[in-house]
Structures are given as C-alpha cells and as structure tokens.
Design a protein around this ligand. Structure first.
Ligand SMILES: Cc1cc2nc3c(=O)[nH]c(=O)nc-3n(C[C@H](O)[C@H](O)[C@H](O)COP(=O)(O)OP(=O)(O)OC[C@H]3O[C@@H](n4cnc5c(N)ncnc54)[C@H](O)[C@@H]3O)c2cc1C
Length: 344
C-alpha cells in the first residue's frame, strides 16, 4: 500500500525554501526503494500561489499549513513542529517517512516529532539504501570516524537529512504524467499562544571576517586548545596576502572567534584558493563548508583524522610545534624566493 514520504519545510513570501532540493533528492531515493508517494508540507505564511509554484517545480502533492510566524524569525520553529504539525500530518496523511533538514533546531525537534507520531528518529542521514529487503540509513558518529547503519523498525520514521549528502536533482522529482500530482491543500490550524516571543535580534556581523573575499583561509579548530594559541593562527594567516582567519564551531562557541568566522553547515561556505585547517577533526558539518576550497592543507596530531580524507596535504604534527617552525622557515628561506607568476 502506498503511503506518504513527507517533506516538511517552511516558506514565507520573501524567503526561499532552504535545503528543499536536497530533501527532494533524499525523498526521491526513498520513493525508489519503497514505492511511496512524496508529499510536500509547507508550514508558514506562504500564499497559495507561492505553494503552487513550489509544488509545480517538483510535481509533489502539497499541503500548505498556514501558520502565523510573525513572532518568529527562525526557520520552522520548534513549536510549530510540535503543536501543529503532528495532528495535521496524521489526520491528512499516512507518513512512512518524515524528512527535515539537519540543523540545530531539528536536532531537538525531530526526536520530539517522532515521539508525537509514535515513530523512530534517525538524525544526520547521509545515505539511504536497500539491504536485505529493508530500507537502511547511514549516519556518522564520533566526528565521522564511524559510520552507523540503521534500520528503523517503527511504522513512521522521522529523518533529518545532512546538508550536502544528497545531490539535488536538476529535473522535477515528481511524477508529471499523473494528473493527480501537483494538488494543493490548505490547512488553517487553530491559532495558539506561543511559548515565547522574540524581543529583538542583534547582528553579530564581523566586518573583519570577509571569508568570501579571502584567497587564503587559516582555520582554527578545537586542537588549538587555548585561546592564546589563536595568535599562531593569525600569524600564519599574515604570511599570505588576501587572507582571513576562520574557525570551527567549538572555537566560535567559546567566543574565541565571532560566529561570522565559523565555517560549516551552520556557518559560512567558503571556496578559497587555499584552506589551512589547524586542529580540526573534519566533522561532516565542518567539511560541508570548506570542501570546495581549491587546495586544502591540514595540521592534526591524529593521523586518522577525517579532515585528511579531503586534504591535499596532510601534516601529522602538533600545531603549536609546526606553525612557529613553519613561520620561521618562511621568513628565513621562502619569503625571499622571487615569484614569477603573481596571479597564480
Ligand atoms: C547541527 C549541527 C551543526 C553544526 N555546525 C557546525 C559548523 O557549521 N561548523 C563546525 O565546524 N562544526 C559544526 N558542528 C559541530 C561539529 O559536529 C563538530 O563538533 C565540530 O566541527 C568539531 O570541531 P573541531 O574539529 O574543531 O573539534 P574536535 O572534533 O574536537 O577536533 C579537534 C581536532 O584537533 C586535533 N588536535 C588536538 N590537539 C592538537 C594539536 N596540538 N595540534 C594539532 N591537532 C590537534 C585532534 O586530533 C582533533 O582531530 C555542528 C554540529 C551540529 C550537531
């Protein structure tokens, strides 16, 4: 019996739908293995017209859940997921799988949604495949050192899809030959009083970051261990013209660098000519933001660090030893070498 693969996303009139192409690609893999139909659920303030455009793009049946988000600025608030969606989903659909993007909000919300739907939850899904007559999922554990294969046994499974794991499909992922596809239903749920009101937003923009302008990015990870060691990172960056300093999330969480400098799925996506990762393990959330750098050099004490899998040069060394020596050597021997091709 055909059931629903439900993609949940949010849309306002102005904002594009984040990650929808990737969710659609993951849903389409699930449909190939299960034969279920894909239904797009849009929560938010999108007009029917906007929903129709999206629906037409993919030829998915679409349910528009009109939800007042004026008190929110965040994407798909936790409350909407928990207060409105489960009832609406279960009343109108028969979800076998519910797909959400993998981000800080869904990390909390997805398991809660699974509980409401009496289902299972797999977060950070990187691969979907068919094995021994069942659909299985891959997700990374322990900073990408281990890949777990998971086979949910519940009737409904909530999945969060890791950014960058599924290549967006260029063509429509729906079934255009079926005239029943592309149908829009609008649900107006009961209004509710939110648990919280956002009072203001403070922009933490850091003008000095300019990661998108830099040719060379030197990036600090947890491996710097102490804030004082950031000086090494800045000193290394100074060797290169048009350079900038960035960091992994733990470094920004500790406020050693501003969030404008964070690289990764919840930070910036960068494509410099050279990316030097210093004491960064190579979690998928970080890799997503820097893997398109033209040349990647990594310094890490752990020879098995996942960052080495995407690096052109792997330096297995303590950064507090390597960087000062490199800087000294540079000043003594390299900085005098005439450069013939300055544009490269
Ligand atoms: C929803 C979500 C979103 C996220 N978004 C992001 C994001 O945008 N960006 C991001 O970076 N992370 C993000 N993360 C966090 C991510 O999962 C990792 O926890 C994080 O990237 C790890 O940072 P790290 O590599 O600096 O630290 P660690 O994983 O602690 O790695 C430190 C590395 O330094 C090495 N090391 C230790 N000492 C030295 C030394 N003296 N010299 C050289 N090497 C040394 C170690 O071997 C290790 O490999 C996110 C997580 C979640 C759940």
């Amino acid at each position: 019996m055909s059931r629903d693969i439900v993609i949940i996303t949010e849309q306002t009139e102005e904002k594009p739908v984040p990650h929808l192409h990737e969710l659609a690609a993951a849903a389409s893999v699930l449909r190939t293995h299960s034969g279920h139909r894909i239904t797009l659920v849009i929560a938010g303030q999108a007009s029917e017209e906007a929903a129709r455009t999206l629906s037409g793009q993919y030829n998915f049946n679409t349910i528009l859940i009109r939800q007042d988000m004026t008190h929110q600025d965040t994407a798909l608030p936790f409350e909407i997921l928990l207060r409105t969606l489960p009832a609406a989903l279960l009343q109108h659909l028969d979800p076998a799988y519910i797909l959400l993007p993998h981000n800080t909000q869904t990390l909390d919300a997805a398991p809660a949604l699974a509980v409401k739907c009496r289902g299972a939850c797999v977060t950070g899904v990187e691969k979907i495949f068919y094995q021994n007559n069942t659909i299985c999922f891959h997700r990374s554990l322990f900073s990408d050192r281990i890949t777990a294969t998971i086979r949910p046994s519940a009737d409904t499974t909530v999945l969060t899809i890791a950014a960058g794991a599924f290549k967006p499909e260029p063509e429509s992922a729906g079934a255009p030959e079926n005239p029943a596809f592309g149908k829009i239903s609008v649900i107006e749920p009961e209004p509710y009083n939110p648990f919280y009101h956002q009072i203001s937003l403070t922009d933490q923009a850091d003008d000095t970051a300019a990661l998108d302008q830099a040719d060379v990015i030197v990036s600090a990870g947890n491996g710097i261990r102490e804030q004082e060691n950031l000086d090494l990172i800045f000193d290394l960056a100074k060797l290169f013209p048009k350079s900038a300093v960035a960091g992994s999330r733990p470094v920004c969480d500790r406020k050693w660098l501003q969030y404008a400098r964070q690289v990764g799925v919840t930070g910036a996506t960068v494509r410099p000519k050279l990316y030097i990762a210093c004491g960064i393990s190579g979690a998928s959330q970080h890799i997503t933001g820097m893997q398109d750098a033209r040349f990647i050099v990594s310094i890490n004490t752990d020879p098995h660090a996942a960052i080495f899998n995407v690096s052109d040069v792997c330096i297995v060394e303590d950064l507090t030893t390597f960087i000062p020596r490199f800087i000294t050597t540079w000043h003594e021997k390299i900085s005098d070498i005439p450069r013939h091709n300055k544009s490269s």
